[in-house]
Design a protein. Structure first.
Length: 331
């Protein structure tokens, strides 16, 4: 372990790990859901999916959720990561026009339109997820969630444009887009469902709370980049903090990884400071619960990213084409 990586792990000592006791049951339910939805069908896809261990990922990022809500967020994880594979590893993410069309289909479902007959499997699965999530959520939460999905769609189109043009983004533009390309705000939104809280807009949009949340989102995205860079580089993907740093600074990937580890350490320390400011500005139980959710997300994501085989095993031939293509075109 490099000195920079050792320092990063020591900084995370301020956030003890937690595990949801409902995790084992949720793993079984997740396998059933992806099979029922047709998201993971072929043997190679099933093997790849099992290696990722999304059920355990949900258990360490939402440690206090009840069994039903934990199952819901685990399903969201599977959906988001399967979509991410299509964007990063499949043809969808290199086709800006199709990416835009696909995102429009997603937004339609989230604004109340039924999935079209023959819609791609991932769209029909999104319809199921949205029905289960939006039913008990407030209008404020639903609007915020949809806004974050839209921001993610625009960021995905930005990545697709870059790939089509062969453009490697600057570090600054990449960092700006990273919470949205990784749907980190979307995942943070699920804290409110898990904790059964409803943070009002005046709190959520305030500088102390928003700054703490942005720091947490940065930590999550950059940790993911640090541990996934070898897999992504092998697949030709360069939208990664390590890769854009190496390209911008003209340094090796090893040196860029050390820079990324140091940036993560500093951002965790930023969060710990901003967390105190947010709690001082809003001494409320719902704010404390959300901040705790940010903590468990940062720590759980670190532990999962460092151990999941998703980032250790470079695989091919595991993408399910029917996920993003109209059913009549899937083969």
């Amino acid at each position: 372990m490099t000195p920079e990586l050792a320092r990063m792990w020591s900084v995370f000592d301020a956030i003890p790990p937690q595990v949801n006791p409902h995790g084992p049951g949720v793993i079984t339910r997740l396998d059933q859901w992806v099979a029922e939805q047709g998201l993971v069908v072929r043997p190679k896809s099933r093997e790849r999916f099992a290696q990722a261990d999304f059920g355990w990922f949900a258990a360490v990022t939402y440690p206090t959720a009840d069994a039903e809500t934990l199952a819901l967020v685990a399903d969201w994880f599977a959906w988001l990561f399967l979509l991410d594979d299509q964007l990063d590893d499949g043809g969808l993410g290199s086709d800006p026009v199709r990416t835009g069309e696909f995102m429009a289909e997603m937004f339609g479902v989230l604004t109340g339109l039924p999935a079209a007959t023959g819609a791609p499997t991932i769209i029909t699965a999104l319809s199921d997820l949205w029905d289960r999530s939006a039913g008990t959520a407030s209008a404020t939460w639903r609007r915020r969630f949809v806004d974050h999905v839209i921001a993610g769609g625009l960021a995905a189109r930005w990545e697709a444009d870059n790939r089509a043009a062969g453009v490697v983004p600057s570090v600054e533009s990449y960092v700006d887009k990273r919470p949205h390309t990784g749907a980190v705000y979307v995942c943070m939104d699920l804290i409110e469902l898990a904790e059964r809280i409803d943070v009002p807009a005046e709190v959520y949009d305030s500088e102390p709370f928003a700054d703490a949340l942005r720091a947490a989102c940065d930590v999550v995205g950059w940790v993911n980049d640090l541990y996934s860079v070898d897999k992504e580089t092998a697949l030709g993907e360069y939208h990664n903090l390590v890769s854009v740093t190496a390209h911008s600074a003209g340094v090796s990937m090893v040196e860029a990884s050390a820079v990324a580890a140091d940036l993560i350490s500093e951002r965790v320390l930023d969060f710990l400071r901003l967390e105190r400011a947010a709690e001082a500005a809003w001494p409320r139980a719902d704010v404390r619960a959300y901040l705790d959710g940010m903590r468990s997300w940062m720590r759980g994501n670190l532990d999962w990213s460092a151990t999941t085989r998703r980032y250790r095993d470079v695989a091919s031939g595991y993408l399910e084409r029917g996920l993003v293509e109209p059913m009549g075109e899937a083969r």
